[in-house]
Structure formats: C-alpha cells, structure tokens
Design a protein around this ligand. Sequence first.
Ligand code: 13P
Length: 341
Amino acid sequence: MNLDALHAIAVKMVAPGKGILAADESSGTIKKRFDAIKVENTEENRRDYREMLFRTAGAMKDHISGVILFDETIRQKAKDGTPLVKLIEAAGSIPGIKVDQGAKKMALFPGETITEGLDGLRERFVEYHGLGARFAKWRAVIDIGAGIPSYGAIHANAQALARYAALAQENGIVPIVEPEVLMDGDHDIDRCDEVTTFVLKEVFQELYYAKVALEGMVLKPNMTIPGKKCAKQNSAQEVAERTLKTLKRCVPPAVPGIAFLSGGQSDEDATAHLSAMNAMGPLPWGLTFSYGRALQAAPQKAWSGKAENVAAGQKAFAHRALMNSLAALGKWSPAEEKKAA
Ligand code: 13P
C-alpha cells in the first residue's frame, strides 16, 4: 500500500472550500429522482443529465473536488464521444466510484439491512482503477426505530465497511467510509447522537482490526440531527454543536477529512449546518460536503429533461455548489444565498 499517495488523494478530496458531488444514484434511485421531474429513466437521459452537471465548468473547477459515479456512468461517453470521466478530470476534479451493491434485508434481523458487494471486490477495484477511479464509496444503512438498531446489525455493517476499505487501499483507491444513520423516524437529537456515537465507535474499531490506514480514508457520516418526524426540530446552531461533539468523541484526527451526506435535509439546511460547524473551527479534520440530493434537487428541477433548460440546470447547480463551498469555509449566510440567486 502506498500510503503517501492515498493520503494525498484524501487531502485533495477535502481541500478548503471544495467538496464532493455524490452523483452515484443507482438506476433505481435515479428513477425516483426522474419520476419527480417527469423524466423517463433511460440510459440517454441519465447520460444527458450527468453530462450537464460535469460540464458546469466553473463550479466543477472551483467547488467540486471529486464526483462519485455509478458503474454505468464511469463507462459512459458524453454526446460528443468524450468519456464522462475525462470531463471530470479536465475540470481538475477526481472521479470516484460507488462499489457497494446496496443495503439488503439482513437475515434474522427484521427491519435491518446489511450492505452487500464484497465478493469479487478486489477484481472490481482493479478494473475501476483502470477506468480512472481514485476513490470509492460504500454506504452502510442504520435505521432507528422501536428496538433497532441492534448490535448485530451495527457490527456486521461496520465489519463490511472495514473489509471494503482495506481492499480499496490495497488497490490504490481511497475509501469513503459511509455509515449512514437515517433521519427518517420521529426520534430526537439525543437518540441520533447515541446511535451515531455507537456506530462510529464500532466502525473505527473494525477499521483498526482490518489494518485500514486512517490517513488514507475519508469519513462520510450523517449529522447529529433529529428525525424528520420528530416534534422538536433543533436550530442550525444546535445541530452544528451536537454534530461536532459526536465527531470529536469518535473520529481520530488522523482522518484527513469528513464529508457529510445530506440525508434528506433541505438544500438550505444542509448548507447552513455545514457552515455553522466550520465557523466553529479550527477543527481536527477537513469538514465538507458529499451531497447527493442537497446539490442536485435544484438542478434536476430546473433541467426537467429538456435540452433548452441545460443552461438553467447548470446555473442552479453552480449556485448550490457555490453555497456549499462557502459553507465548507464557514462563510455562508442567508444573505449570500439571496445575493447569488
Ligand atoms: P444524499 O446527500 O442525498 O444523502 O446522498 C449522499 C450519498 O451519497 C448517500 O449515499
């Protein structure tokens, strides 16, 4: 393992004022997004949509350090025949690849999932490296509900994350380690803190047992935040303070960076929370975004599958990228949001 090379990539992924575009929706997930804007889920539409994002030159160059791709996309070519990976590289951004094969029902653990995809992963990493991927993502999903999560599910998911991360590093690829505690329920912020802490402690223990070098990885966690259906919703400042408290207790400073998922937060909440945290720095790690929905909901709506809307879609994407770039520097404010819009 060439740890210096892995470390250099990880540091670049969380460079100041830059963050990651999670454009790795599986064909099933992108269908849900396209349904919402009444766009047919064809290979060509998926290509056109993602080409629009990757050709937003200013935003890609200035604010997006890396792009997470789905298997189909890393092999796809733009309309003019240029591989989409080359568009990303030309903007100075790093191509990455989602390698997990989804969260599946965990046998004997009702209501819980285990993420699959370890079989044959070494060979897949070799191929993805050849296709240009320099980092990867594996998402474990932990749901909060009555009697869950169980230790068995947390442990199995943490161990799978660690086995994935070790294989990635062996093959010169920086692993994004993503244990997502969902914000779907009615639990409060204290319960999210309790579960997230347990999950992160377990993940870092398993990473240690698997000999993963923390200097060559990026953590992609949820924020410490109440469930969407919780009656008490906390202020941005409270979410920021609680999230930093959780992370400082669980994430060693050897980890170069933390890049949050948005998890169903509104665009502006995801930005406000990130900015409030960075404004409380200095922090032991780079702290930025790796957003899917919070970066793409606006451009998807503006585009709506029409070629004549490409400029509007790119403008909406550039706007969210800039807002989140400011947040990564702790410099976003609602006034910036209005000024730029
Ligand atoms: P969201 O920001 O939409 O949660 O997606 C990020 C991601 O990559 C989830 O795996």
